[in-house]
Design a protein around this ligand. Structure first.
Ligand code: FMN
Length: 393
């Protein structure tokens, strides 16, 4: 990584720029560092567990809040189909249960109407030649009751509330309430919800699922000792804190096939008020060692810009020899670099795909990229969503 790209990396701390539009404002301009020239590996094909990908360019999961009543719709099908030239799309975070819906207008995958809604999305993506995994995101404590349907409840490994606020349509930003600590039967139920949602994903035509164990949501809340104060089999030691994610990954793999299951991780991130702690590297090596044995489709690492991240990523690569997707602040040049150095099999791009539906073609031609309209990331309707043009040529 060059000196200038290192600086850019530091100036866009991914711990701060995930789901909050106002924070994205500080990172404008990041796309202007587009590199021209040949990117041999970036545009080469890849076999992802039997899924033939056209290039190494993945569309990163992005919540866009365009699903009123938590049901996917024709507008979302159009949005994803516009971006189907990505080698693989990872969908926005999708709740596996009513309890997992913490944000306004995000989609679910736990009832028949939602499965039907997603079917039109996957059909549109496949008709346009694309491939798509469903990202299953249970938000745990990162929620507000106003964003939950009736019967939904805010649960987490322990009764530790997140700092910060959650946007609600009714009252604007509201503090996160304290979650109810999950009983052992809640833990079993949540695992079951992931399994059922994964089966639903396959029924809805997805090519696989990605378990969202990054960015401070439920699965990561189990990993972190700051949010997991349990004294049963799911808390205490590192192995006990890893247990829930490993069990969920295994159960989902048993249901739909391990090669259809990817896992997203963000060691060192801190996002959503996750405290830092000692022993992170060894813990994540333990996790990916289990994923290696399970034979998962991939491990997807979200960069945090933390000083010790390169060592952690190297330790993860040593323990997990399957495909690794890297994400966070990449342009074509830096993507080619990590691919050709063997640090990643695939690179995911988030914000560039918001405003460049034809990102792959633009990168191939070395064309300039459009900036997203950060005010419209989460607003209802087509504006700032499906109205970004493709480039001439
Ligand atoms: C609008 C928006 C919504 C996001 N929602 C999600 C999400 O649902 N799940 C997730 O894992 N990451 C989410 N992220 C994080 C992105 O996947 C990605 O990690 C981040 O944008 C950094 O990559 P980039 O520099 O290529 O944009 C979101 C990012 C953006 C910009």
């Amino acid at each position: 990584m060059s000196r200038s790209s290192t600086r850019l990396y530091r100036e866009t701390p991914y711990s701060n720029l995930m789901e909050f539009p106002e924070i994205y404002v500080v990172s404008r301009g990041v796309f202007r560092a587009q590199t021209r020239g040949m990117h041999d590996t970036l545009f080469s094909g890849f076999d992802l567990g039997g899924l033939a990908l056209d290039s190494r360019i993945v569309m990163a999961p992005m919540t866009r809040s365009r699903a009123p009543h938590n049901v996917p719709n024709a507008l979302m099908a159009e949005y994803y189909a516009q971006r189907a030239s990505a080698a693989l799309i990872v969908s926005e975070g999708i709740a596996p249960s009513a309890n997992g819906l913490g944000y306004a207008r995000i989609p679910g995958l736990f009832d028949g109407e939602q499965v039907k809604g997603w079917k039109q999305v996957t059909d549109a993506v496949h008709a346009a030649g694309g491939k798509i995994f469903a990202q299953l995101m249970h938000v745990g404590r990162v929620a507000h009751p106003l964003n939950l349907p009736s019967g939904g409840e805010i649960v987490a490994p322990s009764a530790v509330s997140a700092g910060g606020e959650m946007y609600t349509d009714q009252k604007g930003p509201m503090p996160h309430p304290e979650p109810r600590a999950m009983t052992l039967s809640d833990v079993a139920q949540a695992k079951d919800e992931f399994v059922k949602a994964s089966r639903n994903a396959i029924e809805a035509g997805f090519d696989g699922v990605e378990l969202h164990a990054a960015n401070g949501y439920l699965l990561e809340q189990f990993l972190n000792p700051g949010t997991n104060k349990r004294t049963d089999a799911y808390g205490g030691s590192t192995a006990a804190r890893n247990r829930f994610l490993i069990e969920v990954t295994q159960a989902v793999g048993d249901a739909i096939g391990n090669r259809r299951v990817g896992v997203r991780l963000s060691p060192h991130s801190g996002f959503n008020d996750m405290p830092t702690y000692d022993g992170v590297r060894a813990q994540y090596v333990g996790l990916v060692t289990a994923f290696q044995t399970q034979g998962v489709a991939y491990v997807h690492l979200v960069g945090s810009g933390a000083d010790d991240e390169p060592e952690t990523q190297a330790a993860i690569r040593a323990a997990f020899t399957g495909p690794i997707i890297l994400n966070g602040g990449f342009d074509a040049g830096r993507a080619e670099q990590v691919l050709s150095e063997g640090k990643a099999a695939l690179v995911a791009f988030g914000r560039p795909f918001v405003s460049n539906p034809d990102l792959v073609a633009r990168m191939k031609r070395g064309q300039a990229l459009a900036d997203p309209d950060y005010d419209k990331l989460y607003t209802p309707g087509a504006e700032g969503y499906t109205d970004y043009p493709v480039a001439e040529g």
